[in-house]
Structures are given as structure tokens and as C-alpha cells.
Design a binder for this molecule. Structure first.
Ligand code: ZN
Length: 104
């Protein structure tokens, strides 16, 4: 990924960001690339799509394809398992935030 520096820590945050938006509603890949860019993550399709596929394979996301041929677009949203994972992670993030940011 282009955010190659410190990626070990950043990829987890990116996954949570993806999951957050997948719980809020449907998104498609290019939208997510832009969204992450606005948050300062430079991630290309070669990194994002394998990540989305892995999250889908593991049962956190589901997708549907709209349109056909070159106009086909895959939309993603969270599964029940994805929503449960986000709920657990949100509690952990809150806890970490309190120590990491507020505790300073
Ligand atoms: Zn966002």
C-alpha cells in the first residue's frame, strides 16, 4: 500500500473505517478510496479491493453488483457479523482513545 510506512498499525484502522461505513450504508470501492484519502490514507485499488474481498470472505461484508460490463459496480455493506465486530472494536477504540489521546 502507499501508506507503507507503519502499515502494520494503519491497516487495522483502515479496516475499521471500512466497516464503519459498511454499517452506515452501502458504498463502492472508488468512493471508499476517496473517503480514505480525505482522512489522510493513500490507498490504491490494488490494496483496497483485496482487503474488501478478504473482509467479504471472512463474513464481515457482503456485496452485490449493479450494472453490467464496464459499468458494473460492486456495492458493499456490512453483515450481521460485521456489525457485531464493529461494536466490539468501537468499545476497544474508546478505551484506547482515552489512554492514548485524552490521557496526555
Ligand atoms: Zn469516513
Amino acid at each position: 500500500m502507499k501508506t507503507s510506512k507503519h502499515q502494520e498499525f494503519l491497516t487495522g484502522l483502515i479496516r475499521l473505517h471500512i466497516l464503519h461505513h459498511a454499517v452506515e450504508g452501502e458504498f463502492f470501492g472508488n468512493w471508499m478510496i476517496e473517503e480514505l484519502r480525505e482522512h489522510g490514507y493513500r490507498i490504491g485499488p490494488g490494496t483496497l479491493y483485496p482487503m474488501l474481498h478478504a473482509l467479504e470472505r471472512k463474513g464481515y461484508l457482503k456485496s452485490r453488483t449493479e450494472g453490467a460490463g464496464r459499468r458494473a459496480r460492486r456495492h458493499y455493506r456490512a453483515t450481521r457479523q460485521g456489525r457485531a465486530a464493529l461494536a466490539v472494536a468501537t468499545g476497544k477504540v474508546r478505551e484506547l482513545f482515552n489512554e492514548l489521546v485524552k490521557g496526555r
